[in-house]
Design a protein around this ligand. Structure first.
Ligand code: SF4
Length: 257
C-alpha cells in the first residue's frame, strides 16, 4: 500500500486581534512590525504549494483584520491547496461570510470558550459570545461548514455539557477541545489553569457528556463532535503540520499525546 503523506500548514497571518483573551498564547493585540507584506505573503503561498502543502489554515490574531486576507485565501485555493480558517468570530457580517465563500474558504473553526458570561470574561470582550454565534449563523446561511474549538480550564470545564448543546444546536460539525496551558497570557492568569489532580475529574466528566449524547438520534456529524470530544486533548494534529508565524518563519508542530 502506498503511503501518502499529508502536509498541513497553520499560518498566523497577523497578530492584530479584536479580542483580548486571558489564555492567548500569542499575546495578540496589535499587528507586529515584521508581519509579511501582501507580496511576501503571496510568495509564501507559492512556496507552500511548491513543497507539497495540501491544506492551509489561516489564524491570527484575527486573520480577517488583515485587509488582504481574502486575496491570500483565494491565492491558496488557486495554488491547489485547501484553505480553512480559525476565528474568534467577533465581527464577521453576512456580507463577509459571502466573500469568504467566494474566496473558497472550505471550513471554519469558531472559538467558543464557555457559556455566555464565561466566554465573554475569558475573551475579554462583552458581547463576543453573541457575535460568535451570529457569525456561525452567517456561515450556515452561506453554506460554509463550521466547527468549534474550546479551551478547557477552571472556568469553562464545568460548562462543557451546556457548551456541547449550544454548538450542536447552532450546527457545528466538529468540536476540538484543548487544555489551556501556561503560555502567553495564560501564564499570567494561572488561576484559570487546571492542575493535574483536577484532570482526574475532568476526563470522566467529558466521557459522561459523550455517553449521554451517543445513540440518541444525532446524525453522523454530531457523532464526530462526540468522538473528538471524548478522545482528544491538546493539539490533535495528524501527519505533518507546519506553523507559519506572523513573520513567515516556519516551524514543525509535533503531535501531543
Ligand atoms: S486567543 Fe485568539 S482571539 Fe483571543 S486574543 Fe489571542 S489571537 Fe485573539
Amino acid at each position: 500500500m502506498t503511503y501518502h503523506r499529508t502536509s498541513y500548514a497553520v499560518w498566523e497571518i497577523t497578530l492584530k486581534c479584536n479580542l483580548a483573551c486571558s489564555h492567548c498564547g500569542s499575546r495578540a493585540g496589535q499587528a507586529r512590525a515584521q508581519e509579511l507584506s501582501t507580496e511576501e505573503a503571496l510568495d509564501l503561498v507559492r512556496q507552500m504549494a511548491e513543497v507539497g502543502i495540501k491544506e492551509v489554515t489561516l489564524i491570527g490574531g484575527e486573520a480577517f483584520l488583515r485587509s488582504d486576507w481574502l486575496q491570500i485565501a483565494a491565492a491558496i485555493n488557486q495554488a491547489g491547496m485547501r484553505c480553512t480558517m480559525t476565528t474568534g468570530g467577533y465581527g464577521i457580517s453576512l456580507a463577509t461570510a459571502h466573500k469568504m465563500k467566494q474566496a473558497g474558504i472550505a471550513t471554519v473553526s469558531v472559538s467558543i470558550d464557555g457559556l455566555e458570561a464565561t466566554h465573554d470574561r475569558l475573551r475579554g470582550r462583552k458581547g463576543s459570545w453573541k457575535q460568535a454565534f451570529q457569525t456561525m449563523s452567517h456561515f450556515r446561511e452561506v453554506e460554509i461548514p463550521f466547527g468549534c474549538n474550546t479551551q478547557i480550564n477552571r472556568l469553562s470545564a464545568p460548562e462543557f455539557p451546556g457548551i456541547y448543546e449550544q454548538i450542536r444546536d447552532v450546527g457545528a460539525r466538529a468540536w476540538q477541545i484543548q487544555l489551556t496551558v501556561p503560555m502567553g497570557n495564560a501564564a499570567d492568569n494561572a488561576d484559570i489553569l487546571l492542575q493535574p489532580y483536577e484532570l482526574l475529574d475532568l476526563y470522566p466528566m467529558l466521557a459522561r457528556v459523550a455517553r449521554r449524547h451517543i445513540g440518541k438520534g444525532f446524525n453522523s456529524s454530531q457523532a464526530i463532535i462526540l468522538a473528538t470530544m471524548a478522545l482528544t486533548s491538546g493539539c490533535f494534529a495528524g501527519g505533518d503540520v507546519r506553523m507559519n508565524g506572523h513573520s513567515g518563519r516556519a516551524a514543525r508542530l509535533d503531535c501531543q499525546p
